[in-house]
Design a protein around this ligand. Structure first.
Ligand code: CO
Length: 471
């Protein structure tokens, strides 16, 4: 039984051209915290009617929800990169996208055109006094948190050299107040740089190293002693890309019967490599040390969820899309072996935890998931999984609601004490709603529903800060 209709789901991928700033009139329930939630994601899915080939190629649009005195202020703005502005002026696609978008005009227009657009669409963080829109293929864009105006590219007083990139998935160590991140320059050997940004916003490279093979590393897991990556057994065939037949995302292939490599770096940059079963990973939930064993929880796909050329992503057959499932890896350092265990077979993505438990033993993870336990479909529910007992709480928004990443907003250091917020696309109203759930009882009545006057296209990642930036 389908839990959704395709036309409902597709509506959430309509471009949002409007830039708004208003106090939200319709707030049901009460707002229990003060602070700011930032979200990032593709705002435009087409340029003057010419669709981007993949939603990951859409122009970054940052949303800001300010929570103050029980009221909510909403504001959104596009990240004005030079490429975005050039395409605005031209009124057409000028750049190739990484995932699915070719410039119009056939292969000869794309021939040897390796200039990609920094779309700044994947995440947005506030750290060290700077609001940064992140995209893993380039450097961050700094925004003014008060009005979301684009200030410019952030290279941390030239500490980030030209060509050095900044992940969309840094990890915040709440004990030290330091943000840890990485950048990858892929090649036959791939260079991985690990860096920190301290509480004053200073960038410092910690170490860099080269690992054999092509690396597509979207996320990493952080503990006080280790940084952990999953090197998916991906090959990149650059020829069709260089010749202009395919986008870079279409040139990725999962090598059959080749192990996934878990790369474990210690604080001095020493690398230990642990082969495990072939799988593809975008996101990690968390990692921590238990005795001499590193526990790593990640959403795994059986193979790389590739988009075939000439298939519109809006027509994708969900029955043929590989589900993401939550697995636990036990990395035994003494024996050099890895065991893994399925934690949740239901299709899920966007794991989120209490931020003070990053790198530490933890018990609860919150994720977007499908409305039913089996099969694949868009994310329509939020699940809380108790990793100790296996107990699940599911808040279902099907059939007409579609969810994004949940963000955990802590109330205290107690792991369950806080709220889980997510943007829900309400296909009936064709508007988006921010839903606030009590983390102790995710399947209970929402604490509050913040109804926007318009929709926000399905987004990617975001973050919360206690600060408020309204003048
Ligand atoms: Co991500």
């Amino acid at each position: 039984m389908a839990t959704f209709t395709r036309s409902d789901w597709q509506k959430g991928y309509k471009s949002q051209r409007g830039e708004y700033s208003y106090w939200v009139q319709e707030v049901r329930g009460h707002i229990p915290f003060t602070g700011t939630l930032f979200r990032n994601g593709p705002g435009l899915l087409d340029r003057n009617g010419q669709p981007y080939g993949h939603p990951f190629d859409g122009d970054g649009m940052v949303c800001r929800f300010s929570f103050v005195d029980g009221k909510v202020h909403f504001c959104n703005k596009f990240v004005r990169t030079p490429e975005f502005l050039a395409e605005e002026r031209a009124g057409k696609i000028l750049y190739r996208g990484v995932f699915g978008t070719q410039k119009p005009g056939g292969w000869w227009q794309n021939f040897f055109d390796r200039k990609l657009k920094n779309i700044a669409n994947t995440n947005v963080i506030y750290h060290g006094g700077k609001l940064l829109a992140l995209w893993e293929g380039g450097q961050p864009y700094r925004l003014d948190p008060h009005n979301l105006d684009t200030i410019g590219r952030e290279n941390f007083n030239s500490a980030l050299a030209p060509g050095q990139v900044f992940t969309a998935h840094p990890r915040f160590d709440s004990d030290s107040g330091v943000l840890w991140g990485f950048g990858v320059e892929p090649g036959l050997k791939s260079r991985i740089r690990i860096f920190t940004v301290d509480g004053a916003g200073n960038y410092q490279e910690q170490y860099q190293t080269k690992v054999p093979g092509f690396c597509f590393l979207h996320d990493f897991a952080y503990t006080e002693n280790y940084q952990i990556f999953a090197q998916n057994p991906i090959t990149f065939d650059p020829l069709p890309f260089l010749l202009g037949f395919k986008t870079a995302g279409m040139c990725l292939e999962l090598k059959p019967d080749t192990p996934t490599m878990l790369l474990v770096f210690d604080r001095s940059g020493q690398l230990q490599t642990y082969p495990t079963d072939p799988c593809f990973i975008f996101h990690h939930s968390n990692a921590y040390l238990e005795g001499e064993t590193i526990i790593l929880d990640s959403v795994c796909y059986a193979t790389y969820p590739k988009l075939e050329p000439n298939i519109n992503f809006l027509d994708v057959d969900f029955d043929r899309v590989i589900p993401g499932q939550l697995w636990r890896f036990y990395i035994h350092q003494r024996t050099g072996t890895v065991k893994r265990q399925l934690l949740l077979s239901r299709s899920c993505e966007f794991p989120s935890i209490h931020p003070q438990y990053v790198g530490k033993k933890y018990r609860y993870v919150y994720m977007g998931c499908t409305a039913t336990e089996t099969g694949n479909a868009p994310l329509q529910a939020i699940i809380k999984l108790d990793l100790e007992t296996g107990e699940q709480q599911v808040h279902n928004f099907a059939p007409r609601g579609f969810v994004g990443e949940p963000v955990f907003i802590p109330n205290s250091p107690v792991e369950e004490d806080g709220w889980v917020v997510t943007l829900v696309f309400n296909a009936e109203k064709e508007r988006s709603e921010l839903v606030i759930l009590d983390a102790r009882q995710v399947d209970g009545e929402p604490v509050a529903i913040v109804c926007l006057e318009h929709h926000i296209p399905y987004g990617l990642h975001g973050s919360f800060t206690r600060e408020v930036f309204l003048r």
